[in-house]
Design a protein around this ligand. Sequence first.
Ligand code: ADP
Ligand code: MG
Length: 182
Amino acid sequence: MYMLQALDIYKSFGHLEVLKGVTLQVKKGEVISIIGPSGSGKSTLLRCLNRLETIDRGLIEIEGEIMVSTGADKRAHYGNENDIARLRRKMGMVFQNFNLFPHKSVLQNLTLAPILVQNCDAKAAEQTALALLEKVGLAHKARRYPFELSGGQQQRVAIARALAMNLIYCVLMNLPQPWTQN
Ligand SMILES: Nc1ncnc2c1ncn2[C@@H]1O[C@H](COP(=O)(O)OP(=O)(O)O)[C@@H](O)[C@H]1O
Ligand SMILES: [Mg+2]
């Protein structure tokens, strides 16, 4: 018997198809690493296994007990809340944490301090923030919230936020701007 079995898992966020038929079987005592590029769906898979996210399709079994399965209607059906809560208590999870403001968008995370602390003009702060997001490959996530990003993406936002403070400091003090020179 598997400790954990996930068969043919599908999960999308709107038009973004993240998990496309993932199968994973874990035996007692096994140590498994899930590796892949930032944003490829590793955390989403783990969150689905722990019912922090719901899957669209597939089957998840914990110690032989079905948590969710897919019927003839091709939709995922979860067990009742009590059963799921009991299964979840068997699982532990350690989260990544990058101290982004959870209630602010990615863009707001980058502009908040420059505007409040450094009295930066809101438009300028936003332009700088967008340029930095472009640099770290996340311009398309500007309006998203930290919880919607992968761990690596959050890390890159945190890096861009640190740079935003630095860059706007350079502009205010009329110092050379490292980013505009290359
Ligand atoms: N709640 C969400 N809403 C919208 N998009 C999300 C959400 N969670 C994750 N994503 C997107 O799904 C993709 C996979 O994210 P994730 O599973 O966290 O990746 P990683 O492999 O780095 O852990 C990323 O493009 C991410 O932006
Ligand atoms: Mg992750």
